[in-house]
Write a protein that binds this ligand. Structure first.
Ligand code: ASP
Length: 342
């Protein structure tokens, strides 16, 4: 890191610590008392009980649990929030039920083009990749951009070359393609004029937010974007401030939904700005953006958000959102639907 950036990062860490009343030195002196928490989403959308087979629902719940526990284990050992976020997302990227990594949606040409981003809240460092092919874990490519490049976002072939130079794993394109997504694309192509059938509006992008023992937040998001996308379309997921944001002074957010709206309303940053500048509580800020701002704009979707105390908000304005959390009480909670019986 150039000296100028390092100086800025150190100054930011100090100002964030004083703004939040945190003292990193004393936090690490008493690690067992500091709260840790993790929250995950596997996408929001038209998720209804009648459309999900028991096997698919079990697979989704199983992957959410595995990812939540893996991320939480990192935090429990005193690991950093960025490590917990990546540990959880790589599991969801490998799970074919989600629209990220293997199982990602297909473009109009029947290809898999993936986007991912990650951000750390103590220094506002961020990394993102967009429109990448063949990288098994796009979230690791985003993290490599954060940690090993002077840039925030790399796209397409350049991003792939960078990932190669960092020794990341590549898989043949067929490895990413599932029968479920092939069938989904076939249905959409058959009726190009029609809007997506309800069962195709399962966004199933994945995202994770975490708080570590040092009081640091991180957020990450990974996706294949939207089915049948064309012309190199990129959504909100790899865009810092839209699909992903983390700032220790406010909160960490990962979003899922109609990406074009999430970009224009700068959803993830908007929630953090309301907390930091508008003095809103996390759940009030997240609810207002998801249920008022986005609904008024005509956008479907949801977010997971966490504040520096480990409080979690998971609002969504669609029939369901795959989600899981292990809060500061250590309790695992997994849900899919909106109804309170879930
Ligand atoms: N937000 C993503 C996009 O527009 C889609 C999703 O959430 O699944 O690319």
């Amino acid at each position: 890191m150039p000296i100028r950036c390092l100086t800025f990062a150190l100054a930011l860490v100090a100002s964030v610590a004083s703004a939040t009343g945190m003292n990193p030195a004393s936090e690490s002196a008493e690690p067992s008392r500091a709260p840790i928490a993790i929250a995950l989403h596997g996408g929001a959308g038209t998720i209804r009980r009648e459309d999900l087979t028991a096997e698919r629902e079990a697979a989704i719940r199983g992957a959410l649990e595995e990812a939540a526990r893996a991320g939480h284990a990192v935090l429990g050992e005193g690991g950093p929030a960025i490590e917990a976020v990546t540990a959880a997302i790589v599991i969801l990227e490998d799970a074919p039920e989600f629209n990220a990594g293997r199982g990602a949606v297909l473009t109009a040409e029947g290809r898999v083009e993936m986007d991912a981003s990650i951000m750390t809240g103590h220094d506002l460092q961020a990394g993102a990749v967009a429109s990448v092919r063949g990288i098994r874990h796009p979230i690791l490519a985003a993290r490599a951009v954060l940690e090993h490049s002077p840039h925030v976002m790399l796209v397409g072939r350049g991003a792939e070359r960078f990932a190669e130079s960092r020794g990341l794993q590549f898989m043949p394109e067929e490895w990413f393609v599932t029968e479920f997504r092939t069938e989904q694309l076939r249905r959409i192509r058959e009726d190009a004029e029609a809007s997506l059938a309800p069962e195709d509006r399962w966004y199933s992008t994945v995202g994770v937010v975490a708080l570590d023992r040092d009081g640091n937040l991180a957020a990450g998001t990974s996706t294949g974007g939207t089915s049948n996308k064309q012309w190199g379309r990129v959504g909100d997921s790899p865009i810092i401030g839209a699909g992903t944001y983390a700032d220790n002074r406010a909160c960490a957010v990962s979003a899922t939904g109609d990406g074009e709206y999430f970009i224009r309303w700068a959803v993830a940053h908007e929630i953090c700005a309301r907390v930091r500048l508008g003095d809103e509580e996390l759940d009030a800020a997240a609810d207002a953006v998801v249920h008022d701002v986005l609904v008024e704009a005509g956008a479907g979707g949801g977010v997971i958000a966490m504040d520096p105390g480990g409080r979690i908000a998971m609002p969504f304005n669609t029939p369901g959102m795959y989600r899981a959390s292990i809060g500061t009480d250590g309790e695992l909670d997994i849900r899919i639907y909106a109804d309170p019986d879930d």
